[in-house]
Design a binder for this molecule. Structure first.
Ligand SMILES: NC(=O)c1ccc[n+]([C@@H]2O[C@H](COP(=O)([O-])OP(=O)(O)OC[C@H]3O[C@@H](n4cnc5c(N)ncnc54)[C@H](OP(=O)(O)O)[C@@H]3O)[C@@H](O)[C@H]2O)c1
Length: 308
């Protein structure tokens, strides 16, 4: 089968390659992949010392070719969106049945490849804020994949959402997704917020923390800026009184949350927020755009289109 393989010497440490088809374990289904997505973390932060030839990739959507041998999961022919810690960027992947959700016919199957890591992260991070109905929530890096889902899901949970982006162009579409306000960086925030979902880290995380209401929470999801974060806690004590920063790591298996997100999307409550979509032959273009802050939302790469 054809795949994108890890290769230290290539741009983005990726090259198009021939690879053996995966052999599923007892609780894994074999999927024919129609589309996959790129996440910032797996493109920008992939460790160089993976063995060359490893097939990376977390998110893929496709059709079940062989159901899991242990009888779990959907039958052959089912349309599914899937997650695993590797193997998504290929014509076939083997995936644990606890890490997938069935996609209804009404949804464009390939487009749902945008969902797994970014949307489940946003869902779990919003939950970590606790009850947010009627409360102000700031999302940093709101222009990106996790950010565009976090804006929508915090809004669905009843929050007044303030979306923070790098420049006005990066904020296009966020009002339509439910942001009450779009600002350029947390330092532009007026007043305080009950919760923060921070995707950027560094200076933005420190600024956002100092703008918490007393008793508020920052969920520290990511460090897209690459900057370490310095917080002057003496200053924080004077300004915030009480407020906490929680580290965040996506919780797996994520099949249950993924199914919920597919339901939201099917009902029209969640936009898939795809900012780049194209043939997987153009993977370098997609990866360049993603790491250079050139995509508003998710990048989806099609192996074959099924939506007409
Ligand atoms: N903890 C977890 O389990 C978990 C799960 C998923 C993702 N993450 C992390 O969360 C972060 C967001 O992920 P994502 O998939 O939403 O990424 P993304 O689509 O690339 O979005 C990241 C956003 O961060 C902003 N940003 C600020 N400085 C940046 C810089 N120097 N380089 C790149 N972006 C910069 C950009 O917004 P502007 O251009 O508008 O400033 C960009 O839209 C990443 O760090 C990722 O690794 C963590």
């Amino acid at each position: 089968m054809k795949a994108l393989a890890h290769d230290r010497g290539s741009p983005h440490m990726l090259r198009a390659a021939d690879a053996p088809a995966p052999v599923p374990g007892p609780s894994e289904a074999l999927i024919e992949v129609v589309s996959f997505s790129f996440n910032f973390g797996e493109v920008a932060f992939r460790v160089p010392d993976l063995p060359d030839g490893t097939i990376p990739g977390w998110d893929a959507a496709g059709i079940v070719v062989t159901p899991a041998a242990d009888g779990s999961g959907p039958p052959a022919g089912s349309r599914v969106v899937t997650f695993g810690w590797s193997g998504a960027w290929a014509e076939q992947r083997a995936v644990d049945t606890a890490q997938l959700a069935v996609v209804p016919d009404a949804l464009d199957l390939g487009a749902t490849a945008a969902l797994p890591v970014a949307a489940v992260t946003a869902l779990q991070a919003v939950r970590r804020l606790g009850p947010i109905v009627g409360r102000r929530v700031l999302v940093t890096g709101a222009s990106g994949g996790v950010g565009r889902y976090a804006v929508q899901l915090a809004r669905l949970a009843g929050a007044q959402v303030i979306a923070s982006v790098g420049n006005p162009g990066r904020g296009i579409g966020l009002t339509e997704l439910g942001a009450a306000e779009v600002i350029i960086g947390p330092e532009a925030l007026h007043g305080r917020v009950f919760g923060v979902i921070d995707n950027v880290g560094g200076r933005q995380l420190a600024d956002a923390y100092l703008r918490l209401e007393s008793g508020g929470t920052v969920v520290a999801v990511g460090k897209a800026s690459g900057e370490a974060t310095t917080i002057d806690f003496e200053e924080a004590r004077m300004r915030v009184d009480r407020g906490r920063i929680e580290t965040f790591v996506i919780g797996t298996p994520l099949g249950g949350d993924l199914a919920e997100l597919v339901r939201f999307a099917g009902r029209g409550d969640l936009d898939l927020a795809i900012g780049w979509r194209g043939d997987w032959i153009d993977y370098r273009q997609a990866a360049d755009a993603l790491v250079n802050r050139g995509i508003r939302g998710k990048a989806v790469l099609d192996i074959r289109r099924t939506d007409g």
